[in-house]
Write a protein that binds this ligand. Structure first.
Ligand code: HEM
Length: 137
């Protein structure tokens, strides 16, 4: 992950944080449109859940230039997700929902470069979580 990718992701995320609660709501709407069956996995208060999701993405985004510090956090997050009933293939759907949400939230700032940078960053995060959760790695 090079410094251009990191900058693109950090700068675009800074534009999302002021509208974090709307973005979280939008994210779940996109996710459940893509796969309504995922609704049943979410037991808790969706507003609270949305906040935690945004905080976790924010934490990882802040630490992109020092990713090894977040890797253990992502690994245990991935393992906890197995208990929430999350399957490996769901990560693809969540990634699509996230990118759609960013496109809606960022509008003209969602350039092809920003899209590519987020695809890479989400891919890395999801990979760490999935490897820990399903491949004992
Ligand atoms: C980079 C990817 C992801 C991040 C950063 C993330 C983040 C989080 C966080 C911070 C929580 C709060 C609970 C905890 O800390 O254990 C959580 C819970 C949860 N996540 Fe994720 N998540 C990701 C991927 C996914 C995927 C692929 C699914 C599949 C649908 C999913 C479904 C859930 C569910 C069902 C819960 C529990 C909700 C409840 O208790 O009602 N997440 N996630």
């Amino acid at each position: 992950m090079n410094s251009e990718v990191i900058q693109l992701v950090q700068h675009s995320w800074a534009k999302v944080t002021p509208i974090a609660s709307q973005a979280a709501a939008l994210f779940y709407r996109n996710l459940f449109t893509l796969d309504p069956s995922l609704k049943s996995l979410f037991q808790g208060d969706m507003e609270e859940q949305g906040k935690r999701l945004m905080e976790m993405i924010g934490t990882a985004v802040q630490k992109l230039d020092n990713l090894e510090t977040v890797v253990p956090v992502l690994r245990s997050l991935g393992k906890r997700h197995v208990r929430y009933g999350v399957k490996e293939e769901h990560y693809q759907t969540v990634g699509t929902a996230l990118l759609t949400t960013l496109a809606q939230g960022l509008g003209e700032h969602f350039t092809p470069q920003v899209k590519e940078a987020w695809t890479l960053v989400y891919g890395v995060m999801a990979d760490v979580m999935m490897k820990a959760a399903y491949h004992n790695a």
